[in-house]
Design a protein around this ligand. Structure first.
Ligand code: TXA
Ligand code: MG
Length: 349
């Protein structure tokens, strides 16, 4: 919500809630609309507002990356600390160049192969990137998302958009407009509804160290696909002690409200009030209304597409506990196990 202070003609933006301004109290509430109007999304972004946008990975909460006040609203809507840097999104690889000081050939080759698509590059930033984007670091994360509506939007503006996943900080990433609405209602003006995300897992984050590609976050491009392209298996450095900060490294993340556990080998005493998220139909401990099958056919890509929706859905059903089957640890299964390790960590011990 915004209003103009008549005397100073300064536009003031407030989030939903009671705010004090010049000694008076104001109740502010943003009406969150959802629709397919790309022009409306563009015009809001140009005005310095935040808009949720669809990508192939998860929905992002976008703002003009060159407008510091707009970017601050992202952190506020998400409840995210500003120590956590944001990814810049571009319409194509060439538009990235002014915002980085160098795009090493090895990473450029990956960009050409996998973009638009679920891959993000950590590169040395140029002076065009505000410090609020990078949390003061000298590197910036950049990617070209693959979604027709968002690509059209990006082609129509002359600034990159900063966009973290459009969830409340620490929560499950949204893969539908409805997931965004349930977490950010009243906090942002518009959700550009582009349907369900095709990949369903965040982008793979890569960088270069000593001429070798390093994976900082597992994601929608598998280690196998990267290895095939590079001719070697890239090292994975996705834990906090590795020194590069990505929120996917935080121990507790992507978490449900309902306690979530892996179905482990030791037999649990399951009850009628437990819910189960199952990859295959092999494991079938209880009644069918307690189950969510990620893929009838046992297809990993389909399971990835449905994983966050399953967590959102099962979290709403009033189960006392949710149990989830671990995935085979190859392809996107490795990414999903990583996310679930962080989601279940909150409830262990
Ligand atoms: O698929 C995705 O990447 C989605 C869609 C919306 O594009 N975005 C996303 O953003 O997952 P977010 O903010 O939820 O996660 C981005 C991760 C964070 O863990 C952040 O710390 C890391 O990227 N990151 C951003 N800039 C970085 C930098 N300069 N160095 C290291 N990590 C960085
Ligand atoms: Mg996120």
């Amino acid at each position: 919500m915004s209003f103009k202070n008549k005397s100073s003609k300064i536009r003031v933006y407030f989030q939903q809630g009671i705010h004090k301004f010049k000694g008076r109290k104001y109740l502010c509430s943003v009406k969150t609309e959802s629709g397919q109007d790309i022009q409306q999304a563009i015009s809001l972004l140009k005005k310095g507002e935040t808009v949720a946008i669809p990508t192939e990975t998860v929905y992002g909460l976008a703002a003009d990356a060159t407008n510091e006040d707009a970017v601050l609203q992202i952190f506020e809507a998400k409840g995210r600390p500003t120590s956590n840097p944001l990814i810049l999104h571009f319409a194509n690889i060439e538009s990235i160049y002014p915002y980085v000081s160098e795009f090493p050939e090895t990473l450029l080759a990956l960009a050409r192969q996998f973009s638009p698509g679920p891959i993000t590059f950590i590169l040395a930033k140029s002076s065009l990137v505000p410090a609020i984007i990078t949390a003061g670091q000298e590197t910036v994360a950049v990617r070209v998302p693959e979604h027709p509506m968002t690509l059209e939007l990006l082609r129509s503006i002359d600034f990159p958009i900063a966009a973290p996943s459009a969830n409340r900080y620490g929560g499950i990433s949204p893969t539908t407009a409805g997931h965004v609405q349930s977490q950010l209602d009243g906090k942002i003006p518009y959700i550009l509804d582009g349907g369900a995300c095709q990949t369903g897992l965040e982008s793979t984050i890569v960088g270069l160290a000593n001429e070798k590609v390093i994976v900082y976050r597992l994601g929608g491009i598998s280690i196998e696909a990267l290895s095939e392209s590079l001719g070697y298996v890239p090292e994975i450095k996705n834990e906090l002690h590795h020194g590069v900060r990505t929120s996917g490294m935080v121990k507790y993340h992507y978490a449900t409200e309902t306690p979530l556990y892996f179905m482990d080998a030791e037999q649990q005493a399951y009850t009628d009030s437990d819910g189960f998220i199952l990859f295959s139909k092999k494991n079938n401990p209880t009644k069918s209304e307690q189950h969510f099958y990620l893929s009838e056919e046992g297809n990993m890509n389909e399971a990835a597409k449905n994983l966050y929706a399953a967590l959102h859905d099962m979290d709403q059903k009033g189960f006392k506990r949710i149990f989830i089957e671990a995935f085979p640890s190859d392809g996107l299964g490795k990414t999903m196990n990583d996310r679930l390790k962080r989601a279940t960590a909150k409830f262990s011990n």
